[in-house]
Design a protein around this ligand. Structure first.
Ligand code: ADP
Ligand code: MG
Length: 270
């Protein structure tokens, strides 16, 4: 569980707040997407949850731990792992298994247990064949999955993805998104920051940030029915929804919600 209570954060004393009176509760095991135009505060929020930044005002709780409690810092980072944009910046070692071991080693996990966790996460990510490979030889999507493996080896409850697919090609993005869905189905709480509207459709709930404030909080299928609202926050509607709306306008019998191509195809060719 993540809870933000009237959370504000400013980078400088006289600057306008990057996060402004933001309150939200994210349930354990849920899959929440966060969207918002450039500079709306998404990355700042992610770093506040992970205790990389501390609130200027208000509080953030990860489980029952307040991020201001310095004695809980390691526990918070272990509970809420983070995956960033560029996979190259997250890879440390020259062999995949060493890279995955890095996090748990820092947490003081015993050697044997680390070995067991490496086996386990490589199996979950279906990357057992890559164990002894040099990470820099892998594709972007594979590297990002190794970064995910490294976080997973610390046995987090929550993983925050900050635009983690934005540097990948379409097949890499697909690979990583399917990994993220798989992790969610295994009970991990997923916070997915993204600017790809298609990725939002897979979430249970979407938060829209605007100038550091929580502008909207709803189900993705409901959100995408409000095209004007989205446009007012500088956001796009997923192509598949736009297409479905056009077809409906043209007289086809279409029922929403629609989440993907298959939903639409099934309605058109029952
Ligand atoms: P997003 O991830 O949604 O694009 P950010 O959280 O990166 O937004 O930024 C929110 C606001 O904070 C922006 O106005 C941005 O210019 C400002 N900001 C971000 N990082 C810094 C920083 N290191 N120093 C000063 N201002 C920053
Ligand atoms: Mg950002």
């Amino acid at each position: 569980m993540i809870r933000c209570e009237e959370l504000s954060f400013s980078y400088e004393e006289d600057a306008s707040p990057a996060i402004d009176e933001f309150s939200v509760e994210i349930e354990k095991g849920s899959f929440v997407a966060i969207i918002g135009h450039n500079g709306s505060g998404k990355s700042t929020l992610a770093r506040l949850i992970n205790a990389l930044y501390l609130p200027t005002k208000g509080d953030v709780y990860v489980g029952d731990m307040n991020t201001k409690d310095a004695t809980k810092l390691l526990d918070i980072r272990k509970t809420a792992g983070m995956i960033f944009q560029n996979p190259d910046n997250q890879i440390i070692a020259t062999v995949v298994e060493e890279d995955i071991a890095f996090g748990p080693e820092n947490l003081g996990v015993p050697r044997e247990e680390i070995g067991r966790r490496i086996d386990n996460v490589l199996k979950i990510l279906d990357m057992e064949d890559y164990r002894f490979r040099p990470p820099h030889m892998l594709s972007g999507g594979q590297k990002q999955r190794i970064a995910i493996a490294g976080v997973l080896a610390m046995e987090p409850e929550i993983i925050i993805f900050d635009e983690s697919t934005s540097m990948l090609d379409p097949s890499g993005r697909k690979e990583v998104m399917s990994t993220i869905h798989n992790l969610h189905s295994q009970g991990i709480t997923v916070v997915l920051i993204t600017h790809f509207m298609e990725e939002v459709l897979g979430a249970q709930r979407v938060l829209v940030l605007d100038k550091g404030r929580l502008a909207l909080d709803m189900k993705p299928a409901d959100l995408f029915m409000h095209v004007d609202l989205l446009k007012s926050y500088d956001l796009k509607v997923p192509e598949i929804i736009e297409l479905a709306m056009e077809l409906k306008k043209a007289g086809k019998k279409i029922e929403f919600p629609i989440y993907n191509e298959m939903d639409l195809v099934r309605q058109l060719c029952p």
